[in-house]
Write a protein that binds this ligand. Structure first.
Ligand SMILES: [Mg+2]
Length: 404
């Protein structure tokens, strides 16, 4: 014999928000005793929806009269619905779906919601994570196989030109994680080897090879050695000039500063050069680095690389090494990259993010982010712009706003 569900009452207030709504509502309810089973409230542009689920009263007419009086006093509407039991339990397959748009238009939202419905999943809750510099919306979805949802939504995201990230709603999301970043065209704008080549007078040849290598058309190590050979004789002072000219990706400092406050660790793993990446790491307070060292003799580049080359496999190996050193499982790592040499690293991470990446990388990664702001990654982790700004304000920092 199953126990019958207790009678419950759902009371929903809607109207313009004002101070004291919740206390006024619950003061009236307190007179009836009983139990509060659930409360949800949202406010959009000052319009409030407050839903309260309570156990049924022995005097339902008096309860209804009391809440209607409260609604009239507050100049709000109220609906009172009798029913049975608690909310339906959320189904398994709980997933966070984050949608980034710049701007976000209704069509893509319709398409993404439609594909979620096609998979038989349900959107239980929607909230905004950011309005600036991108609009980021998080959907709490249940009843979905996250892997299938990821494939279906990645296709739709590409069609709609928005970014969509699908992540299982696990405890992992709340823990400290390790973020492993590629450098060239990810953490910094442009490719350092091309900036060096420009100073060595061989930009055209190097740029062509770099482009093909990042598309995955060449063996990375061989192509890197060929390109570095072209730099032979370049004054090592060019490395300082290039470092001084480097621009971080917009939002890079905001992302690192925010996540370091939460105890996150950071690594940079680069097919580029230690002479530049070590200085970036020191500047940003990065915990782990792996990159290639250019040989310098008598103040000039020799055109050779010292030691083994950090190639595609080496990047994934570095991710696993740094995860072990940070004391996190590979599932708790997030890798961010744009080139074909990042593919193994993105696959090895718990969450692989293709950041303004080559098509081959976008197709392979868990998630593609195509807005040019690295701090958009923070929204994928369930942290809102408001929380970032509040933490910055407390630390006396004005949250930098990338140019729109
Ligand atoms: Mg890159």
């Amino acid at each position: 014999m199953t126990t019958p569900s207790p009678d419950t009452v759902l009371i929903t207030f809607t109207g313009m928000d004002r101070p004291g709504v919740t206390s006024t509502v619950f003061t009236a309810l307190a007179a009836f005793g009983g139990e509060v089973l659930d409360i949800e409230q949202i406010v959009l542009r000052r319009r409030l929806v407050l839903g309260v689920l309570v156990s049924a009263s022995r005097d339902p007419k008096a309860l209804r009269a009391a809440v209607e009086r409260v609604a009239a006093d507050l100049d709000m509407q109220v609906a009172v619905e009798r029913g049975e039991g608690d909310n339906r339990a959320r189904r398994g397959g709980r997933t966070h779906v984050t949608v980034l748009g710049m701007p976000l238009r209704p069509g893509p939202v319709a398409a993404i919601a439609g594909r979620i419905a096609d998979t038989g999943a349900n959107i239980d809750r929607i909230e905004r994570m950011a309005r600036y510099p991108v609009t980021a919306i998080e959907l709490h979805v249940s009843g979905a196989d996250p892997d299938r949802l990821r494939v279906v939504l990645a296709e739709e995201a590409a069609r709609q030109s928005v970014d969509v990230a699908v992540q299982p709603a696990t405890l992992l999301r709340h823990g400290m994680r390790l973020i492993v970043m590629d450098v060239d065209s990810t953490l910094v704008q442009g490719e350092v080897i091309e900036m060096l080549a420009e100073r060595a007078g061989c930009l055209d040849r190097v740029a062509q090879v770099t482009e093909a290598a990042m598309r995955g058309e060449l063996d990375f190590e061989q192509s890197l050695r060929e390109r570095v050979a072209l730099l032979e004789g370049l004054d090592a002072g060019a490395l300082d000039e290039v470092y001084d000219a480097l621009q971080l990706a917009p939002g890079a400092r905001t992302m690192v500063r925010t996540l370091k406050r939460l105890g996150y660790r950071f690594a940079i793993v680069s097919g580029g050069f230690t002479q530049v990446t070590d200085r970036i790491a020191a500047d940003l307070g990065i915990d782990f680095t792996a990159a290639n060292e250019l040989e310098v003799v008598a103040g000039r580049l020799t055109g050779r690389i010292l030691g083994p080359v950090v190639d595609r496999a080496g990047k994934a190996e570095a991710l696993r090494r740094f995860a072990a050193a940070a004391g996190v499982t590979p599932a708790a790592t997030i890798a961010i990259g744009d080139g074909a040499n990042d593919l193994d690293m993105l696959a090895a991470a718990g969450l692989g993010i293709a950041f303004n990446a080559k098509p081959v990388v976008q197709r392979a990664a868990d998630t593609a982010v195509n807005v040019p702001y690295l701090d958009a990654i923070v929204y994928l982790l369930g942290i809102s712009r408001e929380e970032i700004e509040a933490a910055d304000a407390e630390a006396g920092v004005t949250t930098p706003a990338p140019p729109l």
